[in-house]
Design a binder for this molecule. Structure first.
Ligand SMILES: NC(=O)c1ccc[n+]([C@@H]2O[C@H](COP(=O)([O-])OP(=O)(O)OC[C@H]3O[C@@H](n4cnc5c(N)ncnc54)[C@H](OP(=O)(O)O)[C@@H]3O)[C@@H](O)[C@H]2O)c1
Length: 339
């Protein structure tokens, strides 16, 4: 490595392993989980690259992770953060000097320098901004993969937390593919923007009329797939009101409530199923050529404006511990971290 500093600023994990809890991504005080420290700049091993960070995103998965409730254990003292964009400064030759979108090798995106596998470092077209580049992999690939699952089961599907960035990506994609997205939201002021984006119906889960509103939409549009990142008792109600052969695809846990199954006969007599989706498994199981095709489509959608990343707040690394909890309260967008 030449011309690289020996140390860097990083937001490190304060705890090891798993918490054994499932409280959801809410953060009251980031100082409980992370601290700003100086670490040695890491050295890439075979097949890896060292990336100088331009921007990292804060996803719900990052928040579950720092709290010890994600699909992999924390390592106390290691940097937090999964996704971002930056310039390759060492490692696999063909990527040196390229600006890439990346998912950090184990974690570590919330730092001045990050290690990522070359395989999951995607060179960015010059017409993509750093902020769009920082949210180019996790949500866009998940949106493409899950709408593909839904489209194979019928022409209508249900999305919970539809105001999320991922929800909005899926609504736009559904519209372009001629599919009916039934969007579930928890606040009324989300109805108009999501209808304008192309949702076939927007239903407010907190309204008194929620049950009958959803029954009407379900009877009319016959959705067979429920893409659910909330997974609470309301989700269970939605699932029970869906038609025969409906699949409840759980891919997030935004609510801390554990749902109770109330209609076991539906599994026997209506052929309903509950399953999960995790992008990590999709990347393991999808042939590289198909992943490259999907990545190309993702970049094209950002370049021509069909997709965009809404930003709610920007924090520098040294502002995150004090500022993250308040930044996360702002609606309708991602918090972006810069060095
Ligand atoms: N399985 C996978 O591979 C995978 C990949 C990517 C993302 N995900 C999951 O996808 C979900 C969305 O991610 P994102 O980055 O798009 O999120 P985001 O932009 O940060 O948005 C979070 C959204 O969640 C809503 N929300 C929070 N708590 C809620 C609750 N208890 N009930 C209903 N709505 C709630 C908020 O609604 P308001 O607007 O009303 O505040 C907000 O729209 C997350 O659960 C994430 O973990 C999973």
């Amino acid at each position: 490595m030449t011309n690289l500093p020996e140390t860097m600023l990083a937001l490190i994990l304060k705890h090891d392993g798993f918490s054994g809890r499932m409280d959801g991504p809410h953060i009251a005080d980031a100082a409980e989980y992370i601290a700003l420290e100086t670490l040695p700049v890491p050295t890439p091993t075979a097949g890896q690259v060292l990336i100088k960070l331009r921007a990292a995103s804060v996803n719900p998965s990052d928040l579950h992770f720092i709290k010890g409730e994600y699909g992999q254990p924390r390592v106390k003292g290691a940097a937090a953060g999964f996704e971002g964009c930056g310039d390759v400064v060492a490692g696999v030759d063909k990527l040196i000097s390229k600006r890439v979108a990346f998912v950090a090798a184990s974690a570590g995106a919330w730092a001045e320098y990050v290690i990522a596998d070359a395989m999951t470092s995607i060179p960015l077209r010059s017409d993509i901004s750093d902020e769009d580049g920082a949210a180019q992999i996790v949500n866009p690939l998940t949106a493409m993969a899950m709408v593909d699952i839904a489209s194979k089961a019928g022409d209508s599907f249900v999305i919970s937390a539809a105001t999320s960035q991922l929800g909005k990506l899926m609504i736009g994609l559904a519209k372009d593919m001629g599919l009916n997205a039934i969007a579930l939201v928890r606040r009324e002021n989300a109805i108009a923007p999501l209808l304008a984006m192309g949702a076939a119906a927007v239903i407010v889960t907190t309204a008194n009329s929620f049950r009958s509103d959803f029954e009407t939409a379900s009877r009319t549009l016959k959705p067979r797939v429920f893409l659910d990142s909330v997974c609470d008792q309301t989700s269970e109600t939605v699932f029970t009101l869906m038609p025969n052969a409906a699949r409840w695809v759980c891919y997030g846990k935004l609510s801390s409530e554990a749902p109770v199954l109330t209609q076991m006969g539906q599994f026997t007599f209506m052929g309903k199923q509950i399953e999960g989706f995790w992008l990590t498994n999709w990347m393991r199981n999808t042939p590289p050529a198909e992943q490259m095709r999907v990545i190309g489509e993702v970049q094209a959608r950002f370049v021509d404006g069909r997709w965009k990343t809404d930003i709610s707040a920007r924090l520098k690394l040294n502002e995150v511990v004090d500022g993250l909890a308040d930044a996360l309260k702002l609606p309708d967008g991602k918090v972006i971290i810069t060095p």
